[in-house]
Design a protein around this ligand. Structure first.
Ligand SMILES: C[S@@+](CC[C@H](N)C(=O)[O-])C[C@H]1O[C@@H](n2cnc3c(N)ncnc32)[C@H](O)[C@@H]1O
Length: 337
């Protein structure tokens, strides 16, 4: 962590939201997808995106200042990162995740951060995932974006954990099944049960059917903190569950995972987890703050606390390592066999 020394560095943080909005607006108007066809002038881009030329120029200048596009002879072109990650249909495109979940949902929720921190969130504010996803449309926007965003990390997890010999997986808070589907595809003997809220589970069943895995991936509809989980699991995954539940539930979730696992079973926790010395990583710390805006009793979990909880519950060989660079960590441990 570098300590700041100048006013400009503070301004960069303070005005960071303008850069976020420039990126989101460019995504909403398909700027990077249009520029993937060919470099364009502001007039040409305006015509393609349905924007008045002067406003297209203002938006293009803003994203150029951020390094998302280059300018040569009055023509704007995608920077390499924009071309790889923000063009619709590109292999690693996560534009829709940013545009829908982050801009349309998370951005507005962060307005609640002050009352959430001060413990005076109004009655009608979104105060938990359970409340938020009781609205089917909110559950859909969120879950579709999350699914797309989680497929890549799920493929990474499938490569990095040993599920050979495991026949069952319980994916608690598993969303629309990005992980369950990917892990089942990578491990032909594996069958998965996903626990999530009914409006998410309904969408998840569609993804599972589309993947041709309806006979191997099933759903338990409900609040994972209240509902029963199927016993005798060879593996349990909780990906981004801890960050969205009250911190006081963490220990109970770890112990329930232990009780649910068969001897030798593998427990995996993937989430925004910060370093034990609380210096970062920056994006993990900021995502924890973001979750506090709509789950005020969420806790900023650090790697040492997570490892201690798992070891304390009886898990062996507990390891916590980085998963998505600068963003998430993966903790693993086995129930003694
Ligand atoms: C960020 S998404 C992650 C989905 C999936 N695990 C992944 O990594 O792609 C968080 C998920 O946890 C679910 N969730 C949060 N709290 C829950 C609870 N108390 N019971 C069941 N599901 C919960 C949400 O509905 C959502 O699908």
């Amino acid at each position: 962590m570098t300590l700041l020394t100048t006013a400009e560095e503070i301004s960069d943080i303070a005005f960071g939201f303008m850069g976020s909005k420039a990126l989101f607006a460019a995504l909403h108007f398909g700027v990077f997808t249009h520029l993937a066809e060919r470099p364009m002038t502001a007039e040409e881009l305006g015509q393609a995106a349905g924007l008045p030329a002067e406003r297209a120029r203002t938006l293009l200048t803003a994203v150029a200042s951020l390094g998302l596009v280059s300018v040569e002879d009055g023509r704007f072109a995608n920077a390499p990162a924009a071309e790889a990650f923000l063009v619709k249909g590109a292999k690693y495109d996560f534009g829709d995740y940013l545009r829908l979940q982050v801009d349309r949902q998370m951005y507005g929720l962060l307005d609640q951060i002050e009352p959430a921190l001060a413990n005076r969130l109004p009655e009608d504010a979104t105060g938990s995932y359970a409340e938020w996803f009781s609205d089917p449309e909110q559950a859909r926007i969120y879950s579709e974006s999350q699914h797309a965003g989680s497929l890549g990390p799920a493929r990474g997890l499938a490569k990095s954990v040993d599920l050979a010999g495991a026949r069952t997986l319980l994916d608690v808070g598993g969303g629309t099944g990005a992980y369950a589907i990917t892990l089942c595809k990578a491990n032909p003997d594996l069958a998965a049960t996903v626990v999530d809220f009914p409006n998410v589970a309904a969408l998840g069943r569609e993804y599972v059917a589309e993947a041709g895995l309806a006979d191997r991936v099933s759903y338990v509809d409900g609040n994972a903190l209240e509902t029963d989980w199927p016993a005798g699991q060879d593996s349990v995954l909780m990906s981004y569950l801890f960050s969205g539940v009250p911190g006081e539930e963490h220990d109970r979730l770890v112990r329930r995972a232990y009780d649910t696992l068969t001897p030798g079973g593998l427990y995996m926790v993937h989430d925004f987890v910060v370093d034990a010395d609380r210096t970062g990583p920056k994006l993990a710390a900021l995502w924890q703050l973001q979750h506090t805006a709509f789950t005020p009793t969420a806790r900023s979990l650090d790697e040492a606390t997570l490892a201690d909880m798992m070891t304390g519950a009886g898990f062996e060989g507990v390891e916590v390592r980085e998963m998505i660079p600068g963003l998430t960590m993966l903790a693993t441990g086995r129930k003694p066999g």
